[in-house]
Design a protein around this ligand. Structure first.
Ligand SMILES: [Zn+2]
Length: 132
């Protein structure tokens, strides 16, 4: 039983490492792993529990899909995405902190059509220019 559990954990981590920065629901992860493992299907509750462990370790970020209202999980790779905000008036660039970057990237990815690149630039009007 413990061997089986370890195998699931390794499959999950190797899957997530290959798809770091991309958000998945538990159901999507189970389906993807099943497809990759030639039909051996890990149970949703096992994947859910493993994701919780990884979340506690700070390796997985849990967020809510803005469209489906489902929990989605993002594995943090070596490089996590960055979001810069460029003022369309003065051209100054402001870097979002990593927590904000993660949320923005997760929100964009949650839309389904786009896989956000590691660098995202948002056009804003900065505080200084707003006040003028
Ligand atoms: Zn500005």
């Amino acid at each position: 039983m413990s061997v089986y559990k370890t195998a699931n954990r390794e499959m999950l981590i190797s899957f997530l490492e290959k798809h770091s920065g991309i958000p998945f629901t538990v159901k999507q992860i189970v389906n993807e792993i099943t497809a990759g493992a030639g039909g051996e299907k890990p149970s949703e509750s096992t994947v859910y529990r493993l994701l919780r462990e990884l979340e506690d370790d700070g390796r997985v970020q849990k967020t809510i899909d803005p469209v489906n209202r489902e929990y989605i999980y993002i594995f943090e790779g070596e490089t996590s995405g960055r979001v810069n905000m460029r003022c369309k008036v003065c051209g100054n660039v402001y870097a979002a902190d990593s927590e904000t970057s993660r949320r923005i990237i997760a929100d964009i990815a949650g839309f389904g059509e786009a896989t956000p690149d590691e660098e995202i630039e948002l056009l804003i009007k900065c505080k200084h220019c707003r006040e003028e």
